[in-house]
Write a protein that binds this ligand. Structure first.
Ligand SMILES: Nc1nc2c(ncn2[C@@H]2O[C@H](COP(=O)(O)OP(=O)(O)OP(=O)(O)O)[C@@H](O)[C@H]2O)c(=O)[nH]1
Length: 271
C-alpha cells in the first residue's frame, strides 16, 4: 500500500461524524431521523432503547453551499475551535459503546444487527450498505461525510441511560415537541443537565423545535427564550443553533443538518 493510499485512508476514516439525537419522549427524534434518511414517517414506534443509522452526506465546497445563511440563531463563535478530546475512562458506557462500535465495523455489509441489552435496552443497528468506493467517487468540489445517527429513546426510564452514549459525540441534536408547552421546563432542565456533561463539552448543539406544523406550536424564538439560549452562560462558549422544523413535512430539516455538518466539519477536519 503506497503512502498516498495510506494518507487517503486516514483521511477517509476521519470523515465520520457521530451525532447524538436526544430529547423527551414523543419529541419526534425517530421521525426526524427517518426523514433525514428519506424513509416514511407515518408509522413510528417509541424507541425503547436506541437505534443507530448511517447517512452519507455530501458537502459541496462552493461558497454558496457552504454558507450558514439560513440558520436562525447562533452564538457567533469563530468556527476554528478545536474539538475537545475526552480521554477519561468511561465505565459501563464506554464498554457498551466499544461493543457497538465493534458491531458497526463488523457489520458494514449487513443490513441489520441486533444486540441484546436486556429488558430495557434494545439496539437495532441498521447500517446502510454504502460501497467504500463512494468516498472516491466525489467530485473535486465535493466532500463526503458519513454521519452516524444515534437515536436514543426519551422516556423517563431511558433518560438515565443517555450518559452511556456521550463518548466521541461530535454533534448533539436536541429535539423538542414545540406544542408540548407544559413540559418546557423539564426540557430546559434536561438540556441544561446534558450540557454540563464533560464528555459533551466539545459537541456542537443543534436544537430542533419540531412539530411546527401544529397550530399551537411555540416558535423557535419562543423556545430559545424558554431555554435561555441567548442569556444563559452555559451557551456562551458553545456552538449552537436552533431551527424550527417539522418531521412530517420535512420543513427546516435540510438547512438545520447543513448548518450542523458545516459547523462540525469546520472545527474537526483539517483537510
Ligand atoms: N404533527 C407532527 N407530529 C410529529 C412530528 N414529528 C413526530 N410527530 C409524531 O410524534 C409522535 C412521536 O414521534 P417519535 O418520532 O416516535 O418521537 P421520539 O422522540 O422518537 O419518541 P421516543 O422514542 O418515545 O423518545 C409520533 O406520533 C409522530 O408521528 C411533526 O413534526 N409533526
Amino acid at each position: 500500500m503506497g503512502l498516498l493510499t495510506i494518507l487517503k485512508k486516514v483521511k477517509e476514516d476521519e470523515k465520520e461524524i457521530r451525532l447524538l439525537i436526544l430529547g423527551l419522549d414523543n419529541a419526534g427524534k425517530t421521525s426526524i431521523t427517518k426523514k433525514f434518511l428519506g424513509q416514511p414517517v407515518e408509522t413510528v414506534e417509541p424507541t425503547l432503547g436506541f437505534s443507530i443509522q448511517t447517512l452519507d452526506y455530501v458537502v459541496r465546497n462552493t461558497s454558496s453551499s457552504n454558507s450558514h445563511g439560513s440558520r436562525e440563531h447562533t452564538n457567533g463563535l469563530d468556527s476554528d475551535t478545536t474539538k475537545t478530546a475526552d480521554t477519561e475512562a468511561i465505565a459501563e458506557g464506554e464498554q457498551e459503546q466499544k461493543d457497538n462500535n465493534n458491531n458497526d465495523n463488523n457489520e458494514k455489509d449487513t443490513t441489520t444487527a441486533t444486540i441484546d441489552h436486556g429488558a430495557t435496552q434494545q439496539c437495532i443497528s441498521t447500517i446502510n450498505a454504502v460501497p467504500p468506493a463512494a468516498f472516491s467517487n466525489c467530485h473535486d468540489d465535493e466532500q463526503l461525510y458519513r454521519l452516524h445517527l444515534w437515536d436514543i429513546g426519551g422516556q423517563s426510564s431511558i433518560r438515565a441511560y443517555w450518559r452511556n452514549y456521550f463518548e466521541k459525540t461530535d454533534g448533539l441534536i436536541f429535539v423538542i415537541d414545540s406544542s408540548d408547552k407544559h413540559r418546557m421546563e423539564l426540557v430546559q432542565e434536561e438540556l441544561s443537565t446534558l450540557l454540563q456533561q464533560e464528555r459533551l463539552q466539545g459537541a456542537t448543539l443543534l436544537v430542533l423545535a419540531n412539530k411546527q406544523d401544529l397550530k399551537n406550536a411555540l416558535t423557535s424564538d419562543e423556545i430559545a427564550t424558554e431555554l435561555g439560549l441567548n442569556s444563559k452562560i452555559q451557551y456562551r462558549n458553545r456552538h449552537w443553533a436552533i431551527y424550527g422544523c417539522s418531521a412530517m413535512s420535512g420543513q427546516g430539516l435540510p438547512e438545520a443538518l447543513e448548518w450542523l455538518v458545516q459547523d462540525i466539519t469546520s472545527r474537526i477536519f483539517l483537510f
